[in-house]
Write a new protein. Structure first.
Length: 455
């Protein structure tokens, strides 16, 4: 059932009109209609105050179970709260549910959780994408007005496209990752889903803060993203030349071309550019090698002794081996990380991947030097059917739309905005990428494009 509570303001008005208790009961009623795989229900505060939102289960909260959808953390009770939780609660946003995700944020399909698959919100025969699958699903269903995710290599951007919502990740470092269970620290971004660009900017004003709890947290030069969202900017927009060779789905290609034409009709300069093809083709290798190597250190403390559920064993090594009850996708990524960090591979593979990343950033800076926004299709093809993915037994690496990872490699902000429908009641989107710290430009152009789609 699609309800009328779509945006943050809608939820606030409902509380004002009907009261907090009736609102909480309404949200719980909507959640109870869903399968257990879509979210954790027991963390909806019965006496919670304010609107209810979603929090991906890899953000910790004091005296609350935080599992990251992995068996080893089933009973992990954090002694502290994440900065994201604290910043939201400071604005009287303390009423949340913990949303399902791919285990330890590893997986781009939404099928790798220890509690079950999160289907596509538009058509449950298809995948939702991941790893922030539960957050995207609940916003798309209009049950929650916004939900927090994390984005390592399109973990918010792609689910947003698949589920027809807005996904935004700010510049790396603008939002504190303190209390986020990192997958890959140099790629991970705090990110979120909404149903409107205005709500996206509203959350940005809350979360983009310097908390002094995390060393990579950087102070923003902007005072208010929401107040400046209608500022006029003479955007210079870039698109990739020969994009039709990448897009095999005609409806996705037509929707993308329509978005570009709309911007041209408004008088914006749109320029075709060529990005070094060798570097573009290196995106999956840069991403897979560096992120999975970093995942080893991020999760090394999951031993069953330091953290997590402890299983029996005769010594430290056996306890650790017996306690690490990871799913197949997490194991696959740990094995790849171990491989690229072992012996000569560290120099021949890992360090070369980091050098490639540096070259990629230089090329990105060259391309973007005199422009504001790079406009890309968020997805190349329509989502896979869940049954096909399970039958194929392929891993999530096979399904990455790697152009989205440009923003993670460079630490740039990006936003996914729905731009049309495709077959089987599914959706397509466009991705906006800017230079680091030019998040305001993305939000402003997204607001313009959103207005065109609503006309």
């Amino acid at each position: 059932m699609k309800n009328s509570l779509r945006n943050i303001e809608d939820h606030k008005l409902y509380i004002k009109k009907h009261g907090q208790d009736k609102y909480n009961k309404y949200i719980n009623s909507e959640l109870s209609k869903l399968k257990l795989s879509n979210s954790f229900y027991n963390t909806v505060a019965k006496n919670g105050k304010g609107i209810v939102f979603g929090l991906k289960d890899n953000y910790v909260n004091k005296d609350m179970i935080s599992t990251a959808s992995t068996n080893i953390l089933k009973k992990y009770n954090s002694p502290f709260s994440s900065d994201v939780s604290e910043l939201l609660c400071n604005q009287k946003l303390c009423n949340f549910i913990r949303t399902n995700m791919d285990e330890l944020a590893m997986g781009g399909l939404g099928i790798f959780s220890n509690i079950g698959i999160v289907p596509n919100a538009l058509n449950d025969k298809y995948i939702s994408a991941g790893s922030s699958s539960g957050s995207a699903y609940l916003v798309s269903k209009n049950i929650l007005p916004f939900a927090i995710g994390s984005d390592t290599g399109d973990s918010v951007i792609k689910p947003a496209a698949y589920n027809k919502v807005i996904g935004f990740k700010p510049t790396w470092g603008l939002v504190s990752r303190y209390g986020l269970m990192d997958f890959s620290p140099s790629f991970d971004h705090v990110a979120w889903f909404t149903n409107s660009v205005k709500d996206t900017a509203y959350i940005a004003d809350i979360l983009i803060k310097n908390t002094n709890n995390e060393q990579t947290n950087i102070k923003s030069k902007e005072k208010s993203y929401l107040k400046n969202i209608d500022n006029k900017i003479n955007f210079k927009i870039l698109v990739f030349k020969n994009i039709d060779k990448i897009l095999t789905n005609k409806k996705i290609l037509n929707n993308y071309n329509d978005s570009v034409k709309n911007l041209i009709s408004l008088g914006y300069k749109v320029k075709e550019i060529e990005f070094n093809i060798n570097l573009l083709e290196s995106i999956p290798f840069i991403y897979l090698i560096i992120t999975n190597a970093e995942s080893l250190s991020s999760n090394f403390n999951l031993t069953g002794i330091n953290f997590g559920k402890r299983n029996k064993g005769k010594d430290y090594k056996e306890i650790t081996l017996n306690s690490r009850d990871f799913g197949k996708e997490a194991r696959r990524r740990f094995l790849l990380g171990e491989f690229v960090m072992s012996g000569e591979n560290m120099e021949n593979i890992f360090l070369n991947a980091k050098k490639l990343r540096s070259l990629f950033i230089k090329e990105f800076n060259r391309v973007m030097k005199s422009s504001d926004i790079l406009l890309l299709p968020t997805i190349n093809t329509k989502p896979e059917k869940i049954s096909d993915v399970l039958r194929s037994k392929k891993n999530s690496f096979s399904y990455n739309d790697s152009l989205n990872q440009i923003a993670n490699i460079t630490g740039s902000p990006s936003l996914s905005l729905p731009n049309g429908s495709i077959e089987d009641n599914l959706s397509s989107s466009i991705t906006l990428i800017s230079k680091p710290f030019e998040d305001q430009k993305i939000l402003n152009l997204a607001k313009i494009l959103e207005g065109l789609s609503n006309e």
